[in-house]
Design a protein around this ligand. Structure first.
Ligand SMILES: *Cc1c(COP(=O)(O)O)cnc(C)c1O
Length: 361
């Protein structure tokens, strides 16, 4: 009877996204290091604006996001007309797939790339194409070799989640230069702020017609719960994305809080510095216990264990210690655990617990 009602092709191939676990039954003092959240939360100024926004709840929000785009443009030295804002960078990724990829088109992502690229490609009816990485790092030659007539989008997170690795400006430029002429390179800069001096690809985007960046307020800005992200790209592409963007896709609260957060770069600098310090400490401590990781450029460490079984039992042990980290089997890294760099006491707790786990073996 119901068989005649079917979704568009591709949609039933989408596996539901699994977010980082947030709770352990029966435990109250849990430290959540599973979703790469900023342990310090948002800027004080952003919190104040959030509270004040209650007075605007009956008003429809701005449709053009002019004030937020201007704040982003001021801080990053961009043309505000080429900035687009969305409900998380996830929404900007969705716009890109909807606007540029459909049935018969291919969307390239890398072996250990962010799962949303595949999900958004399938939702648009396009075919996701996975390209092997080399030592958990994007391989430009392999990506170029995978490109063809059907390639419409190529997604690279730089730094990448969950590997924490990144590729340099020369490699990114070579990738952009080598793409087929109908394809767009999307640089997902969700963790760009953690890399001192990295422009997220701004100079390359300004020099070319085929590169877009996506950015987020969910990581260093500490606003994952509010859902705000943005993109910057060539005017022609941004104009296309704006045609499919809902006019009220961001609330006044989201817009005003994000603007205040963007204008508080001191908070960003403090969070970056603390992350850099504790990330080095955590990686070194784990390495001393025989748990290596690649040099991370983001706010997490991808801890490598002997095999999937050891990673799973370490994860289970950490849960008994009220510590939640992320198993990354769905990213084809079953022998690894992704551990968000928390504040100092969380980092010490997780290092202590991994040491106990290793000592018991
Ligand atoms: C966390 C993350 C994002 C952010 O998504 P939002 O929708 O902005 O919260 C984007 N890309 C990658 C690779 C991430 O890890």
């Amino acid at each position: 009877m119901t068989n005649a009602i079917r979704p568009q092709p591709g949609i039933l191939d989408i596996a539901l996204y699994q977010g980082g676990q947030a709770q352990i039954a029966g435990m109250s003092n849990v430290v959540k290091l599973s979703s790469n959240e900023n342990p310090f939360g948002p800027s004080e100024r952003a919190r104040e604006v959030f509270l004040r926004s209650v007075h605007q709840l009956h008003r429809y929000p701005s449709t053009d996001h002019a004030a937020l785009r201007q704040a982003i443009a001021d801080v990053h030295g961009l043309d505000a007309g080429r900035v687009i804002c969305g409900a998380g960078s996830d929404e900007v990724i969705t716009f890109l797939c909807q606007a540029y990829a459909g049935p018969g088109d291919e969307v390239i992502h890398t072996e250990h790339g962010f799962l949303m690229y595949r999900i958004s490609a399938l939702a648009a009816g396009a075919t996701p194409v996975e390209v092997a990485e080399r030592e958990r790092t994007a391989d430009v030659d392999a990506i170029l070799a995978a490109c063809g007539r059907k390639t419409k989008l190529v997604f690279i997170a730089n730094p990448n989640n969950p590997t924490g690795t990144m590729i340099g400006a020369k490699d990114i430029a070579r990738l952009a230069e080598g793409l087929p002429k109908q394809a767009i390179l999307v640089l997902d800069g969700a963790y760009a702020e953690y890399v001192e001096g990295y422009d997220g690809g701004k100079a390359l985007i300004e020099a070319r017609e085929n590169v877009v960046m996506t950015r987020t307020f969910s990581k260093v800005y500490g606003l994952g719960g509010l859902r705000i992200g943005w993109g910057f790209g060539p005017q022609a592409i941004i104009d296309v994305l704006n045609r499919i963007r809902g006019p009220f896709n961001l609330s006044t609260t989201q817009l005003d809080v994000a603007e205040a957060a963007m204008r508080d770069q001191d908070h960003v600098a403090r969070c970056r510095a603390e992350n850099t310090r504790m990330r080095a400490w955590l990686a070194e401590s784990l390495a001393e216990m025989g748990v290596p990781s690649d040099t991370s450029t983001a706010n997490f460490v991808l801890a490598r264990f002997a095999d999937a079984a050891e990673a799973a039992s370490c994860d289970a042990y950490l849960k008994t210690q009220e510590l939640i980290v992320r198993q990354v089997g769905s990213y084809k890294l079953p022998h690894c655990l992704r551990i968000t760099v928390g504040d100092e006491s969380s980092c010490r707790r997780v290092a202590h617990a991994v040491a106990q786990f290793k000592g018991q073996r």
